[in-house]
Design a protein around this ligand. Structure first.
Ligand SMILES: [Zn+2]
Length: 374
């Protein structure tokens, strides 16, 4: 597979300088039924802009390959709470015909459907029908990547949740969305805050799907570029922000070009250098251990130098993943229920913002003698 080279900064167009490359990283964050030799790898290469310091990946995976498989991750409590909160945030202002970009599971659309002021919700996503989604009187489904040329009804609002971090050319693509709406109409955004996630060592922050460092600073710059003025900003939590912005073509500030503080990237790398040593020494005395998460949490640690032979299997709560193989590794996925069969098993659990939810479930419902490396 040939990767797409990002030749200039997404934010200011200047040159990129390579910071670090993790060779042969699995391109897909999920599980597979295929044989291991079919897995595709690419170098995960972190770079930064020589002018504005924006951290971004240099190698990008062609979209049709990257999103070939639908995301079948289960939706935990954190996500359900997120969608309900974001819908509440949107409902304060949204009305008429709205477009949602992304949103395959329809969790957000179903929440918005209850709002009488919203006439229709058209959802654009390249994977929709695989989830068994059906159109309703209000919810219209368009199984395709969003493209402004294919929008037939002028929307009164554009909504997207956890989409902006997936865009390869975010300034242009966000502008395409804002071009669809008139002055006075709204865009509602839910975005992860990648720098905050990386500062706390989250391995699900920057990867082939999230290919640049979304910071609040950068979001503000993007919105100005698109003639969108923030009217409300609310932190869902430390790692996720909701923004409501209004289209205001008079609010042009083309010269707004703040620089990014890339110290979060160095903190992330230093943290993992130390963390790998600590995990290796904790596992030294153990004959076999378990590792949680048939996802990038595990792939990252293995690619960063942890020996996969140390683990019996990968644990994951998602029943659809059980019995399959974690992409890019030789590890099979099992339900955490297997921990019942072991006496004080040890689990390496580093699942970012989901860690606590998962740990409580294992202790309370599966095996209270489970030990954790967190
Ligand atoms: Zn730049």
């Amino acid at each position: 597979m040939k990767t797409i080279e990002r030749v200039c900064c997404i934010s200011c167009g200047s040159n990129l300088t390579t910071l670090k490359s993790i060779e042969r990283f699995p391109i897909y964050m999920g599980v597979t039924d295929e044989e291991a030799h079919k897995d595709i790898f690419a170098d995960l290469t972190f770079a930064k802009c020589s002018r504005c310091n924006c951290v971004q990946l240099k190698n990008l995976i062609p979209l049709d390959i990257l999103y070939k498989e639908a995301h079948t991750n289960s939706v935990g409590k954190t996500w359900l709470h997120h969608h309900a909160s974001f819908a509440e945030f949107i409902n304060k202002r949204a009305q008429g015909n709205v477009i949602e970009v992304g949103g395959a599971h329809l969790h957000l659309a179903k929440n918005l459907e209850k709002n009488d002021n919203i006439k229709s919700i058209t959802v654009y996503d390249s994977n929709l029908f695989c989830y068994g989604n059906k159109e309703t009187e209000k919810i219209k489904l368009r199984e395709e990547f969003f493209n402004k040329e294919n929008v037939s009804v002028k929307p009164d609002a554009v909504i997207h949740s956890h989409v902006i971090e997936h865009l390869y050319d975010p300034f242009k693509e966000l502008k395409d969305m804002s071009d669809l709406i008139d002055d006075g109409s709204f865009m509602f955004i839910s975005s992860p805050i990648i720098d905050e996630m990386m500062k706390d060592g989250f391995t699900n922050a920057m990867n082939f799907e999230h290919s640049y460092g979304v910071t609040k600073n950068l979001l503000h710059k993007m919105l100005r570029h698109c003639n969108l003025r923030i009217v409300e900003q609310s932190d869902f939590n430390k790692y996720c922000v909701f923004i409501c912005a209004v289209k205001d073509s008079k609010d042009l500030q083309e010269d707004y070009n703040p620089v990014e503080n890339e110290s979060y990237y160095h903190k992330f790398i230093n943290y993992h250098d130390t963390e790998l040593k600590r995990i290796k020494s904790s596992l030294e005395k153990e004959e076999k251990a378990f590792i949680f998460g048939a996802h990038i949490f595990t792939q990252f640690l293995l690619k960063y130098g942890l020996d996969e032979n140390k683990f019996v299997c990968v644990l994951d709560n998602d029943e659809r993943k059980i019995g399959k193989r974690l992409y890019g590794t030789n590890l099979k996925v099992c339900s955490p229920k297997v921990l019942k069969n072991y006496e004080s098993p040890i689990v390496l659990l580093k699942a970012a913002q989901y860690t606590n939810e998962i740990k409580c479930d294992i202790i309370e419902n599966i095996n209270s003698d489970t030990r954790f490396i967190l």
